[in-house]
Design a protein around this ligand. Structure first.
Ligand SMILES: [Zn+2]
Length: 133
């Protein structure tokens, strides 16, 4: 999939998100850069299984995707689009929840919270992500 398509799907997903958040910026990064930033900005562990993350910048929220990791995770998947929608939705709920996790326990709790929220509002997308847990 092209980077451009990922960004389009992210914008499409943002339109379906009904909670009030400041509009985030979306970006696709090369894996080397993505992994470096991810290590700095989050404690969400398994790098090979993390296709996107939120960076809290001073002037707003940035959602970063990694095309290579998305390709790896969806290699056996027919509907890659659904996966990107689900991943985007997941990050949007993180932004809405506004948790700044410090400990790994807090991070785990915030993952569970996001999962429950998606399950309630977008059960189809929640199912897509459940396969990866
Ligand atoms: Zn998460």
């Amino acid at each position: 999939m092209e980077n451009k398509e990922i960004l389009e799907i992210a914008e499409f997903t943002l339109k379906r998100f009904t909670h009030p958040i400041e509009k985030p910026v979306f970006e696709v990064m090369k894996k080397t850069k993505f992994v470096k930033y991810l290590k700095d900005s989050t404690i969400e562990a398994n790098l090979e299984k993390t296709p996107a993350f939120v960076a809290h910048l001073p002037d707003g929220e940035l959602i970063v995707f990694c095309n290579e990791i998305i390709e790896q995770l969806t290699s056996n998947m027919k509907d890659k689009r659904k996966f990107i929608e689900a991943v985007t939705m997941h990050e949007l709920f993180h932004i809405w929840n506004k948790h700044r996790c410090v400990t790994s326990e807090e991070a785990l709790m915030s993952e569970e919270e996001v999962h429950e929220e998606i399950k309630k509002e977008f059960p189809g997308l929640a199912k897509v992500l459940e396969k990866f847990e």
